[in-house]
Design a binder for this molecule. Structure first.
Ligand code: AMP
Ligand code: GLY
Length: 435
């Protein structure tokens, strides 16, 4: 199918650093589309009009889309996807980037994903499925820690516990069985997976999928744990860099052959007409690359470092994917690395204060090829910039070398004034040590 002319009026759904990165990249499109965002944040609002409709308010979004005569919708987060936003847009004949609910199920149900991985022989960790705590505990007695317990449904990043001891694993199994995951229509009752603990380095692969066609975007590595040297609880991601040079050209070919190609084939074979991002979390084990999870949307903060490296007009890529015309797209990528440091509110990923004042360095003071993306920010009643979420800002720099990018990004982080500011000092450190 040939893509019709590029859209004039785009809605980006979401409010995080990922959506600010998407808006920033789409604004660069030479076709100069008009862009709005829902609900956005204080930084996105400086760039494009934002409307106060929550990302999971499907009727509210549909009303706004009709009112504003939107002709292309780019969906950031997973919840509206699994609530069927794209299915409803399809009925209205409005193109969207993001899968329908049957595709979003690959993120919304870990049990379903695991069934697909096993059915199509895609490498992943050995797994057992439970709905009963006693049976799960009996299994844990036979399969000692370290071991990984996962809730089946969407749990906003709180659904995975990498347990160091069997006692911790049993507690996690009981807790996660009681957890009422954000119900996306994906899980029927509470169930958990118990997985063998894989060791190695992780990489995030964002793949633009359009039916049987796909394009692998530049590689990235996230930093999931809250603390330096990868300590403490998992978070949504505390920083990222691209490329993940641990993924050599040969390794990428192997990943394409054993994981990406088979995954896209599996999805199409299951009758899913997937048009969006398949984000594959991969563990590079001594026994070869293995799938940790699928997400069905852009990663956050991976997107913040992947998009600046893409020289091709992002709008052309997303629009072609939505129209099953991806084979017409040639991806051009800058060789220069990008690095993003997430500035979070102290206490994240648990409870943290909101409403703390933020003072950013003036735009003209920022080093070249650097910018501050907003995530959990808002304007208070005095129109002052304040924190409103756990991950507050994403400081992104691009440079000729990763070291230079890190130096620039950390310089900016040090200039940001905010009493509750915390960030990891070691984003990219593993790669810098290798270099
Ligand atoms: P997931 O949401 O399934 O990607 O899990 C979140 C994080 O938990 C991953 O990025 C890994 O750091 C960790 N994790 C998940 N599954 C495993 C596993 N089988 N072995 C080791 N770590 C894992
Ligand atoms: N950074 C991991 C994610 O977006 O799920």
């Amino acid at each position: 199918m040939a893509s019709p002319n590029l859209p004039h009026s785009i809605l980006v759904v979401g409010s995080g650093g990922r959506e600010h990165a998407l808006v920033t990249a789409l604004r660069k499109s030479p076709s100069k589309p008009s862009i709005i965002c829902c609900p956005g944040n204080a930084g996105i609002e400086r760039d494009v009009p934002c409307f106060n409709v929550a990302a999971d308010d499907i009727p509210g979004l549909l009303t706004l889309i009709k009112e504003k005569k939107i002709d292309f919708v780019v969906v950031g987060p997973e919840v509206p996807l699994s609530l069927g936003l794209v299915d409803q847009l399809d009925v209205l004949g409005i193109p969207a980037f993001g899968p329908k609910a049957n595709g979003a199920r690959l993120e919304a149900s870990k049990t379903y994903t695991k069934e697909i991985l096993l059915k199509y022989n895609i490498p992943t960790a050995k797994t057992a499925f439970f709905t009963d705590a006693d049976k799960a505990c009996a299994y844990l007695d036979k399969n000692p820690a370290p071991i990984v317990i996962k809730a089946d449904g969407l749990a906003a990043g709180k659904g995975v516990v990498v347990a160091a001891t069997t006692e911790e694993a049993k507690k996690a199994a009981k807790d996660l069985l009681k957890l009422n995951p954000h119900n996306s229509g994906a899980s029927t009752g509470n169930s958990i997976l118990i997985e063998a603990c894989l060791t190695g380095e992780e990489t995030s692969l964002l793949v633009v999928v359009s039916g049987k066609d796909y394009i692998i975007l530049p590689t990235a590595q996230d930093h999931k744990r809250i603390g330096e040297n990868d300590t403490g609880p998992n978070t949504g991601g505390m920083g990222a860099y691209s490329p993940a040079s641990v993924v050599t050209e040969d390794l990428l070919k192997q990943i394409d052959k054993t994981i990406v190609g088979p995954s896209v084939h599996a999805i199409a074979s299951e009758g899913i007409d997937f048009r969006g991002i398949l984000f594959i979390g991969i563990m590079l084990t001594a026994d070869g690359p293995k799938v940790l999870e699928y997400n069905t949307r852009f990663g956050d903060p991976e997107t913040q470092v992947v998009l600046p490296r893409i020289k091709t007009d992002l709008l052309i890529i997303l629009w072609a994917a939505a129209h099953k015309n991806l084979s017409s797209v040639t991806l051009e990528v800058s060789p220069d690395p990008a690095l993003c440091v997430v500035v979070a509110a102290k206490g994240y990923p648990n409870s943290y204060p909101k409403g703390d004042g933020i003072t950013l360095p003036p735009l003209e003071a920022l080093p070249p090829r650097s910018y501050v993306l907003h995530a959990g920010t808002a304007l208070n009643s005095n129109k002052e910039l304040v924190t409103s979420g756990g991950r507050v800002l994403g400081v992104v720099s691009m440079a000729g070398t990763l070291k230079e990018a890190a130096t620039k990004a950390y310089w900016i982080c040090d200039q940001i004034a905010c009493t509750s500011k915390v960030f990891r000092r070691d984003i990219g450190a593993r790669q810098l040590k290798r270099e």
